[in-house]
Design a protein around this ligand. Structure first.
Ligand code: CTP
Length: 408
């Protein structure tokens, strides 16, 4: 692969990962590119501009007021065929999304009309902050390519998502970006109907008590939100949660597995993709008392009372048997042991196209967390691991994979 003659604008913002931008500049040059570097003031505290100048054989700009008569930010943006901002800090990402142009890198960004890659690098907390995630979504929606962050060791001995992606990944992103349209082509899910379920169903015992599970609905809501942002028409059938319905999503609230079964059964024939992220209670009390059960009902002492439970329908398995459905069927598996084997078994048993397998015994993934780590398996033998990252990122990967399996 060559970048011979390709003019790459490399924007460097101030993070510990700046030193890796030096290697990236060298990698780009080795591939044949011409590299023009612009830096934020913060970046110049980590790496001297002269370092880049010596490598690239070009002047490096870090100040909007250098050579004012040339209007450098406009000039360098116009001369680029492709741009990459690496590392991109939370600060520059927020500025890019908001259109703030108060230094050379952000001013240059607002002048770019060529394919642009943003490679985030920051601490996990900053990456997962809703402000950063929202800014990244805005940029994605405008066609900016977001590459990374990777997962691994971070400054200060921490570990998690936030590492600048490896040089080969960034070089590959530049290769692939060359010649791409700047404004994103519509995502294949655009205009398609996506049905998502979320939350843990509640199975009533009496008017004030129920059986449920630890699901908070975060994963399903993330899937619904991302699908809507990709242009899909989204119906979210949700068991009770503490979450607000994502923008642009039609919410169908349900309580029990039977309610969810009815809602999903009627919506399924119109769906192009069905993602079942809900934790459906597998059983419910055989009898629901009309009145609150009084203490005395259960007797005194340790003998207790037996509450008879009956099985709920397996909504997903039932969908898998219906040949009137065209939808790409995506399930989740919540497992605590032999995680992948059990997930693989559910993929086959429920006749799914894709399954995302969660180890719900982990503390940083599964129920209630903002992050997740899944193994995704496909009907055709496909396997893909998503390392620990935000639930929205997991949702995006899953939706891209579902979109690739859309039926005509
Ligand atoms: N599911 C469903 N209806 C049920 C149970 C599960 O639609 N009654 C769906 C879930 O939404 C999820 C998938 O099936 O997409 C797997 O759910 P999970 O709880 O992991 O597995 P179960 O099928 O309940 O199996 P087990 O309890 O044996 O692990």
């Amino acid at each position: 692969m060559t970048l011979a003659g390709v003019r790459v604008l490399l924007g460097v913002s101030g993070g510990v990962a700046c030193y890796k931008a030096v290697a990236l500049a060298r990698g780009l040059l080795k591939a044949g590119a011409e590299v023009q570097v612009v830096m934020t003031a913060g970046a110049t505290r980590f790496v001297q501009p002269d370092q880049f100048a010596a490598i690239t054989g070009r002047p490096v700009y870090a100040d909007t007021f250098t050579d004012v008569h040339r209007i450098v930010h406009v000039e360098v943006a116009r001369q680029a065929d492709v741009a990459i901002i690496a590392p991109a800090t939370t600060n520059v990402i927020a500025k890019f999304a908001a259109g703030i142009a108060d230094d050379l890198v952000s001013s240059t960004f607002t002048c770019l009309t060529v394919p642009t890659i943003v490679a985030p690098a920051m601490h996990t907390e900053m990456w997962l902050h809703p402000a950063t995630q929202a800014a990244v979504d805005v940029l994605r929606g405008r066609g900016t390519i977001i590459t990374g962050p990777g997962v691994g060791a971070l400054a200060g001995g921490d570990e998690g998502p936030g590492r600048l992606e490896d040089e080969d990944v960034l070089l590959d992103a530049v290769h692939r970006a060359v010649g791409r349209p700047t404004i994103a082509e519509p995502h294949p899910l655009s205009g398609r109907r996506v049905l998502v379920t979320a939350g843990g169903t509640r199975e009533r015992l009496d008017p004030v008590r129920y059986l449920s599970n630890r699901s908070t609905g975060k994963m399903g809501y993330a899937v619904a939100a991302v699908a809507a942002e990709l242009g899909a028409e989204v119906e979210l059938v949700s068991a009770p949660t503490a979450l607000d319905a994502p923008a642009g999503v039609t919410l169908t609230p349900v309580e029990s597995a039977l309610d969810m079964h009815a809602a999903v059964t009627s919506a399924a024939p119109d769906a192009d993709v069905i993602v079942k992220a809900a934790a459906v209670s597998d059983f419910r009390p055989a009898q629901v008392a009309d009145q609150k059960l009084k203490k005395g009902t259960f007797g005194a002492g340790e003998g207790g009372t037996v509450v008879r439970l009956v099985a709920n329908p397996d909504i997903l398995a039932e969908l898998g048997t219906r040949d009137d459905l065209d939808a790409v069927l995506v399930g989740f598996a919540a497992e605590t042991e032999d995680v992948e084997a059990h997930g693989r078994d559910k993929l086959a048993r429920k006749n799914l196209d894709l399954i995302a397998i969660n180890d719900v015994s982990a503390t940083d993934a599964g129920f209630g967390t903002d992050t997740n780590r899944v193994v995704i398996l496909g009907r055709e033998g496909f396997r893909h691991e998503v390392a620990l990252t935000g639930k929205r990122e997991v949702a995006r990967v899953l939706l891209d994979l579902a979109a690739a399996r859309l039926r005509s």
